[in-house]
Design a protein around this ligand. Sequence first.
Ligand code: BOM
Length: 141
Amino acid sequence: DVNVMKDVTLGFGQALEKCREESQLSEEKMEEFFHFWRDDFKFEHRELGCAIQCMSRHFNLLTDSSRMHHENTEQFIQSFPNGQVIARKMVELIHGCEKQHDLKEDHCWRILHVAECFKQACVDGGLAPTMEMMITEFIME
Ligand code: BOM
């Protein structure tokens, strides 16, 4: 459900400011995390992959090999209202994307490609929130 995805993204995005410095992600490369869902958002900065890695670590969603920790990720998603509706689906989508990019050795680049694949899978599956939803909610917070 797109509304749950909106909440999960905004929750995950709470870690962006904390991760900016260590990942060298300037505001020019990503102003706010919800821009992830823009149609024209570009997955071209390695720093964004590093930031997503840092943000995932912040919520304890990664294994020692920087792959998704399935149980923790499912619990994280379930911690949002109605999260159980999409938790399994999201874990499956991310895992499918991980399998496609598993040979990439650099964690930041690999995670950037996994994130791009995940976004496309959400768009294809009707799970991607609109920018209007993201901005409205972001302003209300
Ligand atoms: O193998 C590396 C696993 C990293 C997964 C990164 C995919 C996440 C994309 C970023 C968008 C996130 C929105 C919500 C995430 C909740 C987990």
